[in-house]
Write a protein that binds this ligand. Structure first.
Ligand code: ADP
Ligand code: MG
Length: 148
């Protein structure tokens, strides 16, 4: 299956039919998104946000595996760009974002991917893009990109 390689197609939306296709989508978006840009990953539990991030990391040439450890809010990976992966699932107050000191940690070139961005509303970095992942079937997901 072909993952679109132009942004207009991502904005229209497209479907993936397996976890590995969603990973591949992440890998491709890593090459399309500018550096020093945040990406908000919207979608319910099990939508594929971490799966997408795993592919995105691969696209940046990051070797280690991407996981969402239970008590880790932020993981930083070094690749062609620095990847900051935030899982905000357990944040109960957007103000807790401040204690992560993300602004201080971002060293250009970087990308910041945020799962559960609704938990940090109002704290999103300026110019962040949003990717929505919706379950349409057991193994099917609809991916739609919004640039701001
Ligand atoms: P989230 O981080 O959004 O909670 P995960 O990426 O951890 O979700 O989990 C997604 C789950 O859905 C995985 O078990 C994955 O194998 C499964 N899955 C099935 N089909 C797809 C698909 N098309 N895209 C992404 N994940 C899929
Ligand atoms: Mg996750």
């Amino acid at each position: 299956m072909d993952i679109p390689s132009d942004i207009a197609q991502w904005q229209k939306g497209f479907a993936t039919h397996s976890a590995s296709e969603t990973e591949r989508a992440g890998e491709i978006l890593a090459a399309l998104i500018p550096s020093d840009t945040a990406l908000l990953l919207e979608g319910k539990l099990g939508a594929g946000k971490t799966t997408f991030t795993r592919g995105f990391a691969r696209g940046l040439g990051i070797k280690g595996d991407v996981t969402s450890p239970s008590f880790s809010l932020l993981t930083i990976y070094e690749g062609q760009r620095q990847l900051l992966h935030v899982d905000a699932y357990r944040l109960t107050q957007p103000s807790q974002w401040d204690s992560l000191l993300i602004d201080e940690l971002c060293e250009s070139p970087w990308n910041l991917l945020i799962e559960w961005p609704e938990n940090v509303r109002g704290k999103e970095p300026e110019g962040a893009w949003t990717l929505t992942i919706e379950n349409t079937d057991t193994d099917a997901r609809q991916l739609t990109l919004k640039k701001t």
